[in-house]
Design a protein. Sequence first.
Length: 207
Amino acid sequence: MESSKSGLSTLTPEQLSQIQQLIDSKVDEKFAKFQADYDELMKKVKGQVIGAIKPTSLFPRANASESKAKATEESKDTLNTSSLQSSRPTTATRKSIATNSKTSSVQPTKRSDSKESQKSKTTPVVDKKAAEEKKKEQLELKRQEEERKKEESRVKREEMEKKRKEEADKKKQAEEEKKRKREEDKIALERSKSQSQPPAKQVGVSQ
């Protein structure tokens, strides 16, 4: 820090101003590029996530409930048909009812398979969401780094401005001191001239 200050002290205010302008332009250029990259990446990620979401993956429980209700209705229809054929169920009728009951009992297995299928469909969406979060974290870290560099540049700019002001004040004081010295020398010279001149002789009146 001391070496950088000593190096800055050798520069003129004009050189310090040119250096500061160059630093500001570089920082603004990098920040603008970062903002453009950030906006473009967020647009791509948003499009990928929206495209990956399917309506069927959002309602797995509703689909399972519909399958169960359908199986129940089919079982009821079969039982009603069998009861209309005869008021006294025969052996064949009882076997038919038993077969229908077994068929309806198999439905939970199909429902389980449906859940597994829905789960496999939703997995890519979860993976994409995790990737999106990771990219957001990386962009946030990059943004914080840019902000830190910008803050360092601001502090350095303030130091250079302070140094430039000090140099300008010193220069102004030196000019004022020179002016005051010239005035003092001028007054002293006038005094010495007035003292070196002989007094004027008075001419007497002859009688």
